[in-house]
Design a protein around this ligand. Structure first.
Ligand code: FAD
Length: 160
């Protein structure tokens, strides 16, 4: 298995996958991993994980199924191909919230800041899902927060 990305989400995925895959290779573009030290420590304690740093992934190969990955060592420019059976791209997502401008408070990575009732900094506006500063980006979390936002909106309307 390959995990592309050495940030927190990539290293968490690699640790998870190492429990079920025979081998996991992490491909990190930068010379160092960006994940928290505690995650790196756990990762490096695993016997079936290889970390490749300063590499640029060029191509995922395969016809009906993934069969490999082509990558380049950024310093030397040398291109290699590795046979494998699966690729997990964990290079991070950016919340599509720029259109909000200054109307609603967002954090440094653009996520909408909500309270425990899904209220934003603008009265009467509620937010839910991955675009908010919720801790986990999962379907069940997004759905739960959607229900919370809808209930809060209803509550707001009957009081105003
Ligand atoms: C590769 C991958 C694998 C995943 N696997 C899992 C998994 O196995 N299990 C799990 O629980 N979660 C998984 N997730 C996470 C899950 O997909 C998200 O947590 C969930 O989809 C978030 O739902 P959402 O409604 O908040 O956002 P989204 O599903 O991203 O929906 C947002 C919608 O808003 C639209 N949109 C964006 N900007 C605008 C705009 N300006 N105007 C109008 N519409 C707009 C988008 O087109 C999109 O349709 C995975 C995510 C990825 C990327």
């Amino acid at each position: 298995m390959a995990v592309i990305g050495g940030g927190n989400s990539g290293i968490e995925a690699a640790i998870d996958l190492a429990g079920i895959a025979s081998h996991v290779t992490v491909f990190e573009f930068m010379p160092e991993l960006k994940a928290d030290a505690i995650l790196q420590k756990r990762l490096y304690s695993l016997p079936n994980v290889t970390v490749l740093k300063n590499v640029q992934t060029k191509e995922i190969t395969g016809t009906e199924k993934v069969n490999g990955i082509t990558y380049m060592e950024r310093e030397s420019g040398a291109v290699h191909h590795m046979d494998l059976q699966g690729v997990f791209v964990q290079i991070g997502l950016i919340a599509n919230t720029d259109w909000l401008g200054e109307t609603i408070e967002r954090n440094r990575i653009g996520e909408i800041i909500v309270d425990n009732r899904n209220a934003t900094s603008l009265p009467g506006v509620f937010a839910a899902g991955d675009c908010t500063d919720s801790a986990y980006k999962q379907i069940v979390i997004a759905m739960g927060s959607g229900a919370g936002a809808a209930l809060s909106a209803f509550d707001y309307l009957i009081r105003n």
